[in-house]
Ligand binder design. Sequence first.
Ligand code: ATP
Ligand code: MG
Length: 293
Amino acid sequence: ALAAIDRQDRIRSANTAFLRMFPQVSIGSSIHDRIDSPERTKLLEAATASHVETATYRGRWDLKTDGAARTFDVYSAPLEIEGEYGQILTLVDVTEATKAESALRRSETLAAVGAAAAQLAHEIKNPLGSIRLGVEMLREHAVSEDATKTIGLVERGIDHLNKLVVDVTQFSRRRKLDASEVDLHELIDSSIELVADRVRDKQTPIEKDYAAQDIRGTWDSEQLREVFVNLLANAIDAGEPKSRVEISTELIDANSGPRTLEVIAAAGNPRARISITDHGVGMDAKTQARLFE
Ligand SMILES: Nc1ncnc2c1ncn2[C@@H]1O[C@H](COP(=O)(O)OP(=O)(O)OP(=O)(O)O)[C@@H](O)[C@H]1O
Ligand SMILES: [Mg+2]
């Protein structure tokens, strides 16, 4: 969006993009009056507050246009109007660029955190091994029931730390796909078995609604099972005791239906859709925004 503004802060000319953004503005009007929102008036006043000798960056502004928030970089450059000082104002829509930047920054932060965590896990793993050996030796020499009990506590602590360390190391290493021919329904059944403890504790009815035909594909069964187990565990956790959890499967045509998730798939290849539905507390917007971290 572009506008030429004279010494008396009047708008002398503007392109359609500018007039669309500032619908209350008309050619010849002052930037101080009749601008529809205070934030827009503030932007225009700040961007023209001082004389500039060369093209100058006036900062980044968030403006609501058509109900959506968009981000603009604002520049002003000197422009002579009827022999007097004036300036030309340029607003550049950088909404997409800032989104891409912050996504990149977030993934870089996550990668850095992952690397630090992996390093820490590695440093913990080695001494943990010798602590475990030492405690095992102590167990042989324990003389009282109290001592044996304490050693049991220590060992449980070590097991817990060890599990954490293994989790972190696996998490920060992107695992290779180990794909093989898999039957989806068998895979889901075996995932349900792995959350049997939770199901029993919460008395969760698991309702299966599988597609009538077998669904087979070339998948990494280990990693998929992990996905299902995590989703199931979260679904069970989210609900009250005895609150239902439903699992359904469906074979879908790659070219039909809503494409909420962009999946790289050869055109025409069928896909499987697996839905795990709970009736629990739901997720607030903040949790949803971090869904794929
Ligand atoms: N089905 C769900 N309903 C409501 N909130 C959920 C659901 N699934 C996940 N969440 C929210 O997202 C958070 C993160 O889930 P995530 O599985 O990563 O960790 P967790 O369940 O808290 O711990 P962990 O799985 O490591 O034992 C949960 O703590 C919960 O607040
Ligand atoms: Mg979880």
